[in-house]
Design a protein around this ligand. Structure first.
Ligand SMILES: C[S@@+](CC[C@H](N)C(=O)[O-])C[C@H]1O[C@@H](n2cnc3c(N)ncnc32)[C@H](O)[C@@H]1O
Length: 292
């Protein structure tokens, strides 16, 4: 550790975590190597740490006694998680090749690669995990797109970008690790006026009253702090982010969870997601907002 509070590897500068909690989250993602993420990414080299949306193609999976069944099931789960990322990208608005996008909480970089492949633009990824940043940069190298797709170890509440420089930014299942007012203030700072912010996130439903026991279980499992739908909308409104589209994806994500619960890749958290989505205490939302 240097006196400036950072260490360097040949490729990465690794800042000291700004809080003990961020240190916990960095360690969590540094050591995360669940088959449900890695085996799905191995299907086509797009590595995600988020969930899927859309109907399951049962014909593609075939019979459960078929020798290829498990492999096809993995491919189908992966198709659904890539469909989720594609749906997020659909809401970024018009993006040009010269634009720069920010993936805040980028994980292993699957969404960044998809964004570059779709728009030809540059994508900057931020994660607390040096292992994830190294992984994402190695994939970008392998794909020959390292000049456009780049991850770094950085707290997304202090982004290393000038004010108003970014055409669009997003959080894909990464906003439950931070205070939403701090997060949206920072997105609002780096986004150009007229730029677009998109999040896909699980949030607790204020209509239920308070976070249910299932939501508390998900928080404990992932060491995160799920916010309510009300908090998202209020923190956006307070930070010049005006929702253009709010889509409840809860029914669209249930097929993914039902399929995953039948696979050998279960992690033990599947019932908490299924129960909380079904009892109405938890929602899976996309919110796309204009930076005004
Ligand atoms: C569930 S993963 C989602 C990864 C990715 N968005 C995806 O869709 O595959 C959560 C990510 O949020 C990142 N994260 C959490 N808090 C962060 C913070 N304060 N700054 C930057 N990244 C953060 C973690 O490092 C991790 O990469």
């Amino acid at each position: 550790m240097s006196s400036t509070g950072s260490t360097s590897t040949s490729a990465l500068t690794i800042p000291r975590p700004q809080t003990p909690y961020q240190g916990d989250i960095a360690r969590y993602w540094d050591s995360e190597a669940r088959p449900v993420n890695l085996r799905l990414g191995d299907v086509d080299g797009l590595y995600h740490h988020h969930y899927g949306i859309g109907d399951v193609d049962h014909t593609a999976i075939g019979d459960s006694d078929d020798a290829q069944h498990e492999e096809r099931l993995v491919a189908e789960l992966h198709r659904l998680e890539s469909a989720q990322a594609a749906f997020l990208l659909d809401h970024l608005g018009p993006i040009g090749r010269g634009d720069t996008l920010v993936d805040a909480g980028c994980g292993r970089g699957g969404s960044m690669v998809m964004a570059h492949q779709r728009f030809g633009c540059s994508v900057e990824g931020l994660t607390l995990s040096s292992k994830q940043a190294e992984f994402a940069n190695a994939r970008a190298d392998e794909l020959g797109i390292a000049d456009h797709v780049h991850a770094r170890v950085c707290n997304m509440l202090h982004m290393p970008f000038d004010t108003g420089q970014i055409a669009a930014s997003w959080n894909n299942e990464s906003s439950m690790y931070v205070d939403l007012h701090d997060l949206f203030a920072e997105h609002s700072r780096v986004l150009a006026v007229g730029g677009r912010y998109v999040t896909i996130t699980g949030c607790w439903n204020p209509r239920y009253g308070q976070p249910s026991k299932w939501v508390s279980q998900i928080n404990a499992h992932f060491e995160c702090n799920i916010h309510s739908r009300r908090e998202y909308l209020r923190a956006m409104a307070d930070n010049r982010l005006v929702p253009q589209t709010v889509i409840d994806l809860t029914s669209a994500t249930l097929p993914y969870w039902r399929l995953r619960a039948t696979s050998s890749l279960v992690t033990g958290i599947e019932d908490a997601f299924l129960n909380s989505y079904q009892d109405g205490s938890f929602q899976y939302l996309l919110i796309a907002a204009d930076r005004i």
